[in-house]
Design a protein around this ligand. Structure first.
Ligand code: 6PG
Length: 242
């Protein structure tokens, strides 16, 4: 489903409502809520909203498990860290048990961190493929989501659940959940805001391919048995015609 909202306030409130609703359903049906968060700038006001008394009281944080879709391989106190941003905006303000918060990167080798996280996920799913209850994703102007950047091997990975990559343009190692893992989610919510995403949003939602027949990585995210929602503000949707 694609929904367009008049402003950032309405967009974040609608996204928070989806997260709270998914959490209530997951806890009722399975006794816990497994939530994947993403980084970047867009979700920060959403996380701050979820940390307000009106919203945080609507989540059963004691039964919530938090993961990240991707991470920059930097220390958590580095301003580029997704986990650091999420802790400051949300997790330091809600009673989620520390043992239920699963940061992707805690230092050391990106390769080892990817293997360790995959082992954690497979162990929690008793060897099968983990099915997150909700994965919150963003969209880069180049069509990436999580850290599935165009042209990287991570985009084509179909066996591993988590892999490492190096981005020369950022001189940065990253970790990312892969397409097969994200597509196991019961619900994927893309949160997209701002005029900078107009062109890519049109490309992703209109099923267009680029000049070399490549599709934007974000378009590979289609839950195999789940819901896909695009929650967008009018700035990002300004040229949307489907
Ligand atoms: C990251 C994010 C990434 C993000 C997009 C959009 O680590 O950068 O997980 O996938 O969602 O890059 O970022 P903005 O919200 O900052 O535009």
């Amino acid at each position: 489903m694609i929904e367009v909202f008049a402003d950032n306030g309405a967009l974040n409130a609608a996204t928070a409502e989806r997260i709270v609703t998914a959490a209530g359903r997951a806890v009722a049906e399975r006794g816990g809520f497994h939530l994947v968060l993403s980084g970047g700038e867009t979700p920060k006001p959403l996380y701050e909203l979820l940390a307000t008394p009106a919203w945080k009281s609507r989540m059963d944080w004691k039964r919530t498990h938090v993961y990240w879709s991707d991470e920059r391989c930097v220390p958590v106190d580095d301003p580029r860290s997704n986990a650091g941003m999420t802790r400051r905006a949300l997790l330091d303000h809600v009673p989620v048990p520390a043992a239920q918060v699963h940061p992707l990167y805690l230092g050391g080798s990106p390769q080892q961190a990817a293997r360790d996280y995959e082992a954690l996920l497979r162990q929690s799913a008793s060897g099968g493929l983990p099915r997150f209850d909700l994965a919150l994703l963003g969209l880069g102007a180049d069509g990436h989501t999580a850290s599935l950047f165009p042209g990287t091997a991570a985009v084509a990975e179909r066996q591993r659940l988590v892999c490492e990559l190096y981005l020369p343009e950022q001189d940065m190692h990253r970790l990312t959940m892969t397409v097969p893992l994200l597509n196991q989610a019961r619900q994927v919510v893309f949160l997209v805001s701002g005029a900078g995403k107009v062109a890519m949003l049109q490309q992703v939602l209109s099923d267009a391919v680029d000049s070399v027949g490549q599709m934007p990585p974000a378009r590979l995210i289609r839950p195999v048995d789940g819901e896909l929602d695009w929650l967008i503000d009018v700035a990002a949707a300004s040229n949307l015609h489907l």
